[in-house]
Ligand binder design. Structure first.
Ligand SMILES: [Zn+2]
Length: 103
């Protein structure tokens, strides 16, 4: 939380209310980065080490999905910060459905 000290130095006459607002804004940004890190950490274990026979399956045909690499998606936190998530993307060889399986 070094940002707060810097901000304080740049705003020596800030009111308590302004400090509170800045503190909230910084926390929202930090929280967004933490969420992103958590999401990326779980995406990293997706499929890369999974044997073909244990790939996720299509909910309609129960066929093992073919890995098609990953796709990214940008979400917004409650504070309006962007969080970019990378997710594995697969397609079903039987019906061609494109899926983002949970694992
Ligand atoms: Zn299918």
């Amino acid at each position: 939380m070094n940002g707060m000290r810097e901000w304080r130095a740049q705003h020596p006459k800030a009111t308590l209310r302004e400090m509170e607002d800045e503190r909230d804004a910084q926390w929202v940004r930090v929280r967004a980065r933490m969420l992103e890190d958590m999401a990326l950490a779980s995406a990293a274990v997706d499929w890369t080490e999974t044997p073909t026979g244990q790939h996720p399956t299509c909910p309609d045909c129960s066929q093992a999905l073919q890995l098609r690499g990953s796709d990214t998606r940008t979400l917004q936190t409650h504070g309006g910060q962007d969080v970019t998530l990378a997710r594995r993307y697969g397609t079903c060889p039987a019906c061609g459905a494109g899926l983002f399986p949970p694992r």
